[in-house]
Write a protein that binds this ligand. Sequence first.
Ligand code: AHM
Ligand code: MG
Length: 300
Amino acid sequence: MISGYVRRAGLVDVLGTYGRTNVQGETQQKLDVIANETMKQAFMYTGRVCVMGTEEEAEPIPIPEQYNPGKYVLLHDPLDGSSNIDVNVSIGTIFSVYDRKTGSGPGTLEDCLQKGRDQVAAGYVIYGSSTVLVYTAGHGVHMFTLDPTIGEFRLCGHDIKTPAVGKYYSINESYYQRWSEGYRAVVRAFKGVEDSEHRKNARYIGSLVADFHRNLLAGGVFMYPADSKAPKGKLRLLYEAAPLAFVAQQAGGVASDGVTPILDIQPTELHQRTPLLIGSREDVAFVERTVAEVDAVAAT
Ligand code: AHM
Ligand code: MG
């Protein structure tokens, strides 16, 4: 349903802002609101979910008793990268699933605040040149393309693995002045300023799902570090970083906040932010090592 809205966005009246801001103070696009309502309607009455948490709402949404709250917790970013909607750039839906912690009845915040390591499933849908679903339930990463002629998702990639070293680095380089010396050194190395040993091609769409998806398939590292303006980073742990970290891990990649694996961070808030470093194993290790070394020297 979300894919349908996104595909027709220029034709039906769903482009532009909604005239409201969400809990993080960001302007909501009409499609953000539509995607959020679609997710809520789709999962409210299934009997499988006990609580939902979404980027678009401040508090968790418990499934009321009369709709038979189920055993799963669903966290999602219904439409990530929504600032790209009006210019027809790929956007996506990210989801994360946990077993509930509370015994029965409507779920609570406690059910939502679990470590990424405990996810039972996670993935995303990317609305790109085709609509593709990528998910893991802890047994590899699988990819399906929506075939619009039959309205079904068809398997197009089984047990996907990401290269250990990638072709691409992805970061919003306009924040260079705000980064620590460590991240500046990393980006200089990727640009081949001093030597070409670590040189890579730069790719940055500004849509996390699209940047992650490209790097998953072609190999690479996506970075959204903490900086002087966003000391905790921008991206959200529970419905952006953790689900993609689970997919990355199942594909042989890795994710951290620069120091701690994303999957080991214990959340304390629904909308908690985290720096994010995610992608090919050796590339992430190189970034972590360089940042630690250079920042340690810069601190003396
Ligand atoms: P959103 O959830 O409000 O769409 O914001 C998240 C998006 C990510 O998709 C993307 O990686 C990031 O924001 C881009 O941020 P920036 O414009 O600072 O580079
Ligand atoms: Mg988002």
